[in-house]
Design a protein around this ligand. Structure first.
Ligand code: UTP
Length: 288
């Protein structure tokens, strides 16, 4: 079955990026000249997604405004003859079919995803956490959709992390290798404090099916007293099948200071209009 919907849970407080996130959503922090959310939306569109559902909260107005039409700005750009920027700004508001849902209380990623239950019905969809920004030749969402079309079960994207970092991630345990990058999972655990089953961590791209939605309704709150998507996937792995897909690309955790800095440098280095400046700036840094 072809996936047409992407769900973006963006209701979280973004406490790790305070004070930047006091008055603006974490997803509106800029990576060079675009907010994080726009990179993630472009990844979805480039993967063939036709509808995006944002799960938002009280402080997310700037995010809604970013994808809305700004008539005054358009007129100003038109009058000043800045037609190139006008086209770029218009494109943002015409990008894709957008739906907004409110998560009333921050009860975790699993609870956020349950908010779309009546909108997606029983159809599969992808989940994108926009603070995970990924540089890749093929968009990661598209990589996951290709695997889903063949295997038809929920998929989490994974990457190897350092042993000492496993307590920051959802971690998977493999059962059986299916191909170069895809494995059937034995189990999944959210932020293991000790005895992590592996160093393969879940990152913010998933394929979710109706069996995961059902499992989300059955589980109790877990780690951090939140309803955890990882726990629902673990239940589905025990009953049916869940796959782990080691994506192709480099991921940056833009929900942290050092991750955002690393992404900024890497993305600037890839841009022909900025590469030379970046190299010059770094060369001229004082030694101490
Ligand atoms: P995070 O764990 O990164 O939480 O959530 P956060 O609030 O965004 O950031 P910190 O940890 O306080 O700095 C992972 C994703 O799940 C969403 C977040 O918006 C983020 O995209 N989320 C989390 C919700 O939509 N609702 C929740 O109740 C919790």
């Amino acid at each position: 079955m072809k996936i047409k919907t992407a769900v973006f849970p963006v209701a979280g407080f973004g406490t790790r990026m305070l004070p930047a996130t006091k008055a603006i959503p974490k997803e509106m922090i800029t990576l060079i000249d675009k907010p994080l959310i726009q990179y993630a939306v472009e990844e979805a569109i480039d993967s063939g997604i036709e509808r995006i559902i944002f799960i938002t909260g009280r402080t997310k107005k700037a995010l809604e405004d970013h994808f809305d039409i700004n008539v005054e700005l358009n007129n100003t750009l038109l009058e000043s003859g800045n037609l190139e920027m006008l086209e770029e700004i218009k494109k943002i508001s015409e990008m894709v079919n957008l739906v907004y849902v409110r998560q009333k209380r921050m009860l975790g990623l699993g609870d956020a995803i349950l908010c779309v239950k009546d909108i997606v019905n029983d159809d599969p969809f992808v989940v994108i956490l926009p603070d995970d920004i990924i540089l890749s030749d093929v968009p990661v969402v598209s990589q996951l959709m290709t695997q889903f079309e063949e295997y038809g079960f929920p998929i989490v994207s994974t990457m190897k992390v350092k042993e000492e970092d496993t307590s920051k991630y959802g971690i998977v345990k493999f059962k059986e290798c299916i191909n170069d990058r895809l494995s059937l999972l034995d189990s999944l655990v959210e932020k293991p404090k000790t005895n992590s089953p592996s160093t393969n961590a879940i990152i913010g791209r998933y394929v979710i099916t109706s069996s995961v939605m059902k499992a989300l309704e059955e589980i109790n709150v877990g780690c951090n007293n939140e309803l955890q998507l990882t726990d629902a996937l673990n239940l589905v792995a025990a009953r049916e099948s869940v796959y782990g897909y080691e994506f192709e690309g480099k991921r940056f955790d833009c929900g942290t200071r050092s991750g955002l800095l690393e992404a900024t440098i890497n993305f600037a280095y890839k841009r022909s209009d900025l590469k030379e400046d970046l190299v010059k700036i770094i060369k001229e840094l004082p030694n101490n």
